[in-house]
Design a protein around this ligand. Structure first.
Ligand SMILES: *Cc1c(COP(=O)(O)O)cnc(C)c1O
Length: 421
């Protein structure tokens, strides 16, 4: 039976239930950087299916590893039991993470990775006998859709109906060279006024905010102030993790490493959901006690699912391979050349490149989920390119395995959009 004939009426699609949204496109197959629709149309996956399938869809190496794992051990409760896929993954991920990370906690998606990070920060202080109830976060950040993650997210378009149930959060703007003194002063004022437990941030690139890139020197200064005040720093690398910014993790661009790091999306290479919340020995030690109540009573049924671990191990194998590292450099060079080529176009503003991330703002009035935005989305689809503009932000975050010809097709579709919109 074809997908089109299945009754779509019973599917509640995320983010698209408002009446003006485009009808979903039935996809039947994916391979490498390509998506294939039921009607035979091929699309280049210019956003790696929300930054997950970075090594290409249905990657044969990953499938082989995951299949072998499926035949050996599918699932085992991770409380009171352990297994090699989990320990191997922990070892492999610690080898590439900032070197202050020591412990790996398993969750099943980006939101719950952040949720666990927030709970760790709050309980860290609770266990030390401090009452610290306030979190600090950036304006316009996005950290997920569970309550803690929503609380620290700053994009109110998503969160309006829930705001009165949120955790206590104080917000600061992302730093620029110009506003840094102001941001640091605001931070000091917040710290003096509120007992701050943690600071949650997307390091260097705010994804859902529209791939906004901000100042590393400013972030460094903010992190230093947090450290001086024993405020647990929580880097949400759910989007930035695993090579997208050019380094394995965005936090590696900084000298001050976070106390906690949240990982998901590309972690499992687009095959199955999983996430990690990693932390330092100091954070972990605050939970290690003879009193049971000081433990971290947080667990998900599918914690450290062996199949998901196998996908993550295979993904890291590929990430650190010469092939993928060269591709990351190559995509960065291509993006930079494209940015230069359209630099003076009157419709392209704030063009930016970080690692394999390319973004620009279209100089046109547009609502985040409005009609023009939907026409822009359709423009790309009509050109065989899957890009999902965030309002007037057009961005590319392609699978590392994308070819030059595929990149050319994306660039061309963007150049044409600059003429039309
Ligand atoms: C996608 C994302 C999340 C949420 O992850 P889910 O797996 O969708 O719950 C959290 N933080 C950032 C930075 C993200 O990009």
């Amino acid at each position: 039976m074809s997908i089109s004939s299945i009754d779509q009426a019973h599917i509640w699609h995320p983010l698209t239930q408002h009446k003006t949204s485009n009808a979903p496109t039935p996809i039947v197959r994916a391979e490498g950087a390509m998506l294939y629709a039921e009607d035979g149309t091929a699309y280049i996956d210019g956003i790696a299916s929300w930054y997950t399938a970075m090594y290409g869809h249905c990657n044969p190496y990953i499938i082989e590893q995951v299949t072998a794992q499926m035949k050996t051990l599918d699932q085992i409760v991770f409380t009171g039991f352990t297994h090699a896929p989990a320990t191997t993954l922990a070892q492999k991920v610690l080898e590439i993470l900032p070197n202050n990370q020591q412990k790996i906690f398993f969750n099943d998606n980006g939101s719950t990775a952040v949720e666990a990070g927030i709970k760790m920060a709050l309980q860290y202080h609770h266990n030390k006998g401090n009452t610290r109830n306030t979190l600090i976060a950036f304006e316009n950040g996005f950290h997920g859709d569970t309550f803690g993650a929503m609380s620290v997210s700053g994009l109110s378009v998503y969160n309006g109906p829930f705001e009165e149930y949120f955790l206590q959060v104080e917000r600061i703007p992302t730093p620029t060279k110009e506003n840094l003194p102001h941001v640091l002063q605001l931070l000091e004022t917040i710290i003096a006024k509120h007992p701050c437990a943690g600071f949650v941030y997307e390091p260097l690139v705010q994804g859902a905010a529209g791939m906004q890139i901000y100042d590393a020197i400013g972030l460094e200064a903010i992190l230093k102030v947090c450290k001086e005040n024993d405020i647990i720093t929580i880097a949400d690398e759910v989007m930035t993790g695993f090579g997208k910014t050019g380094k394995h993790f965005a936090s590696l661009y900084l000298e001050t490493y976070p106390d906690i790091i949240c990982l998901s999306k590309a972690l499992t290479a687009g095959l199955v959901p999983m996430s990690l919340t990693t932390c330092t020995q100091v954070v972990y030690d605050a939970f290690l006690d003879d009193t049971v109540a000081k433990g971290f009573f947080h667990a998900h049924t599918y914690s450290a699912n062996p199949i998901a671990c196998a996908a993550a191990i295979a993904g890291i194998d590929l990430l650190i391979s010469d092939d993928i590292q060269l591709q990351i450099q190559h995509i960065h060079k291509r993006h930079s050349a494209f940015a230069k080529a359209i630099k003076t176009h009157p419709k392209a503003i704030n063009i930016r490149v970080k690692g394999v991330i390319f973004a620009l703002e279209l100089h046109t009035e547009m609502e985040r989920y409005g009609n023009v935005r939907n026409q822009l989305f359709k423009h790309f689809m009509d050109h065989g390119v899957c890009l999902r503009p965030l309002g007037n932000t057009i961005y590319i975050l392609p699978p590392f395995v994308i070819s030059d010809a595929q990149l050319d097709q994306i660039y061309k579709a963007i150049e044409e959009a600059l003429e039309i919109f």
